[in-house]
Design a protein around this ligand. Sequence first.
Ligand code: AMP
Length: 250
Amino acid sequence: MKILVAIKRVPDPETTIKVNPEGNGIVEAGIKWVVNPFCEIAIEEALKIKEAGSDVEVVLVSIGGSDSQEQLRTGLAMGADRAILVTADSTDPTAVAKLLQTIVEKEEPGLLLLGKQAIDDDSNEVGQMLAQLLGWPQATFISELKLSDDASSADVVREVDGGLESDRIPLPAVITADLRLNEPRYASLPGIMKARKKPLEEIEASSLGVDMAPRIVIKSMSPPPERQAGRTVESVDELVDALRNEAKVL
Ligand code: AMP
């Protein structure tokens, strides 16, 4: 069985993001870039299935600039078998879903794993759009995954608003990983050494015949309003008074 895992390069969640002076994007200088945390969870799940003993190949795919090689190598160091980088200037979610569709049609995986969302734009739509484009079933926001012995279906638990939902879906399917699915491993030193020799294929997005026109145009971007400094009160009475008469929350 082949598992394809789509991963995105994003700023480290610990990084302080600054809006650029033009107000149409972020200052990229000095940012540490990482594998999107939900994509790391998707990689970990694919590796767990591989390690469960079945004959599984784990293939990573990323769409972005050539610097996304770094994140693909991280996934290879975690234990994936090979990687595909589709080089593209835009990572508009619709274009990404269409590009991933072409890779899925070429690779024909039995299972497609994605993160539930990319933490840079929090768009949470690529998995859903991709399932629609492929005509495949989808299970989003999953926190448990168990394949049937013949890998023809998967039992999943989905994190929904009201609690947990258990479903069985036929494979191939699109599955998107939520936070509680697993705890991703760190790449080991031998893993990092091995990753250097693993295949990483590069494909130009323009060669895939996909309409890349962005559907989303960022009109402007602004930082959140600065928080006012707090102050220390001397007594509970003063606190209650401030809450009642200044903050007017009591
Ligand atoms: P999004 O819908 O943009 O929040 O992203 C959801 C998931 O789609 C991510 O966790 C990835 O698995 C996948 N994805 C989004 N953008 C890309 C990209 N540029 N390359 C590869 N996978 C992506």
